[in-house]
Design a protein around this ligand. Structure first.
Ligand code: GDP
Ligand code: ZN
Length: 378
C-alpha cells in the first residue's frame, strides 16, 4: 500500500457554521445522525443562498479507500490523543477501550464523517482508533486505523460494517448432539476464505465419541493447512489450547446453535456468559441499537466478538462461480479445466472431477462443493 504524506482540501458541511445556541451540540448530533444524502442536499440548499464554501486543509496519509473506508488517514496529535479499540457502537457513540483497559464513551470527529466514503457508520466495533479524551470517561475519535478482516453486509448499495479487524474465525462444530455436519464446516470455511480471515476448526463434545473415528476428516482439513482442535467444554479437553489460540487475536466464534459455543467460551473464561448478558443489557439502554456487534476482552488479552447476527454467519455476497476458488483443495485444479467457466458439476474434461476420480481430491469435499454450488439441501 502506497503511503504518501499529503495535504487534503476537504469541504466542511455547512451545518457546521457557528450557531450560538445552547443546544448546538444536541442539534449537531441529531444532524449527524441523518443520512449523508440528506446532509448533502441540505448543503446544496444553503450554498444556493450564497454562503461561502468552508474548506479546510487536512494533513494525513493517503490510503486505498476500499481497505479503510477512508481516503485519508488524518494526522493526530499523539501527545494529546490515546489509542484504543472500539468495543461497540451504540447510535452515535462508541465504547472505546484505551490500552490500559479504561473505557471511554466517544463521539466521532466530524472530519471522519466527511472523509468516509461509503458506509453508514463511520466507526465500527473492532476498529483501532486514536481518540482525544475530553473528560474522565469521554472523548472524540480522531482517526480510524486501516482495517483488515472486515465483516460487513450490503444493503441498498451501501456497506454496513458489522465488525472489523477480525483475525480469526473460530468454527465450532460438535462431534455429536447435534451430529457432525462437515458440509457446514465447509460453508464457514468458504466465508472465512472469502473474507480473508484465518479459520480454525473446533470440534466440541469430543467426550461423546471415540476421537479416532474423526481421524480421516481431521486429516483432510489438516492437509489443507487448517488448524483443527478436538475439544470438550465438559471435560476441559484441549480448552487450554483453544485459550492459547485465542490469545492476542480478535476472534469471531461461529457455528450452529447447540454445538457448545457458549459452553466453550465459559470454559475458556469462567463467567463469560454473564459478561455477555451484562454488556447486552447495557447496550439496550441506548436508544439506537442498530449495530449490535460487541467485542469482549478475555483475561489473556484475547478479544471475542459477540454478535447475535454472526452466530448465523452467512455466505454473504458470494458469487456461485467463485465458490470453487474458496475451496483450498479444489483451487489448484480449477485453472486446469478445459472451459474457463467450468462449474465442475457436469462438464466433460473437468480437472476437478478428474482429480476426484484419481483420488487426489476428497470425495466428500467435492460433494460438499456441489451442494453449495447448486444450493441443494444436504
Ligand atoms: P451454543 O448454542 O453453541 O452456545 O451451545 P451451548 O453452549 O448452549 O451448549 C449446548 C448444549 O451442549 C448444552 O446443553 C451444553 O451443556 C452441551 N455441551 C456443551 N459442550 C459440551 C461438551 O463438550 N460435551 C457435552 N457432552 N455436552 C456439551
Ligand atoms: Zn471443472
Amino acid at each position: 500500500m502506497a503511503r504518501k504524506k499529503k495535504h487534503f482540501r476537504t469541504e466542511f458541511r455547512k451545518n457546521r457554521s457557528p450557531r450560538p445556541r445552547q443546544n448546538e451540540w444536541t442539534r449537531r448530533v441529531q444532524t449527524e445522525g441523518t443520512d449523508t444524502h440528506e446532509e448533502m442536499a441540505a448543503d446544496e440548499r444553503i450554498s444556493g443562498k450564497g454562503e461561502l464554501t468552508r474548506k479546510r486543509t487536512v494533513t494525513g496519509q493517503e490510503t486505498s479507500g476500499d481497505e479503510t473506508g477512508f481516503g485519508v488517514l488524518p494526522d493526530v496529535d499523539e501527545a494529546s490523543c490515546r489509542r484504543g479499540r472500539v468495543l461497540g457502537v451504540f447510535g452515535l457513540n462508541s465504547t472505546v477501550e484505551a490500552e490500559d483497559g479504561t473505557q471511554f464513551r466517544c463521539a466521532t470527529r466530524r472530519l471522519l464523517k466527511t472523509l468516509s466514503t461509503e458506509q453508514r457508520h463511520v466507526v465500527a466495533a473492532g476498529d483501532l482508533v486514536w481518540f482525544r479524551p475530553s473528560g474522565a470517561n469521554e472523548g472524540i475519535i480522531e482517526r480510524v486505523e486501516p482495517r483488515h478482516g472486515v465483516l460487513s453486509r450490503t444493503s441498498r448499495g451501501r456497506q454496513h460494517l458489522i465488525v472489523t479487524n477480525v483475525d480469526q474465525l473460530v468454527i465450532v462444530a460438535s462431534a455429536a448432539e447435534p451430529y457432525l455436519k462437515p458440509n457446514l464446516i465447509d460453508r464457514f470455511l468458504v466465508s472465512a476464505e472469502r473474507n480473508r480471515i484465518q479459520p480454525i476448526i473446533c470440534i466440541n463434545k469430543i467426550d461423546l465419541i471415540d476421537a479416532a473415528s474423526l481421524e480421516p476428516l481431521v486429516g483432510v482439513y489438516s492437509r489443507m493447512g487448517y488448524c483443527v482442535l478436538l475439544v470438550s467444554a465438559r471435560t476441559g479437553l484441549n480448552v487450554a489450547r483453544l485459550r492459547q489460540q485465542l490469545a492476542g487475536r480478535q476472534s469471531v466464534v461461529t457455528g450452529q446453535s447447540g454445538v457448545g459455543k457458549s459452553s466453550l467460551l465459559n470454559a475458556v473464561e469462567p463467567g463469560f456468559d454473564l459478561r455477555v448478558r451484562t454488556v447486552s443489557a447495557e447496550s439496550q439502554k441506548g436508544r439506537h441499537t442498530t449495530t449490535t456487534a460487541r467485542v469482549l476482552r478475555l483475561a489473556n488479552g484475547a478479544y471475542v466478538v459477540d454478535t447475535p447476527g454472526l452466530r448465523q454467519f452467512q455466505l454473504w455476497d458470494i458469487v456461485r462461480e467463485e465458490i470453487g476458488g474458496f475451496y483450498r483443495d479444489l483451487r489448484p485444479f480449477v485453472s486446469r479445466c478445459r472451459f474457463p467457466d467450468c462449474t465442475h458439476i457436469h462438464e466433460e474434461h473437468c480437472a476437478v472431477k478428474d482429480a476426484v476420480a484419481d483420488g487426489w481430491l476428497d470425495t466428500r469435499r467435492y460433494e460438499s462443493y456441489c451442494h453449495l454450488f447448486t444450493g441443494e439441501p444436504e
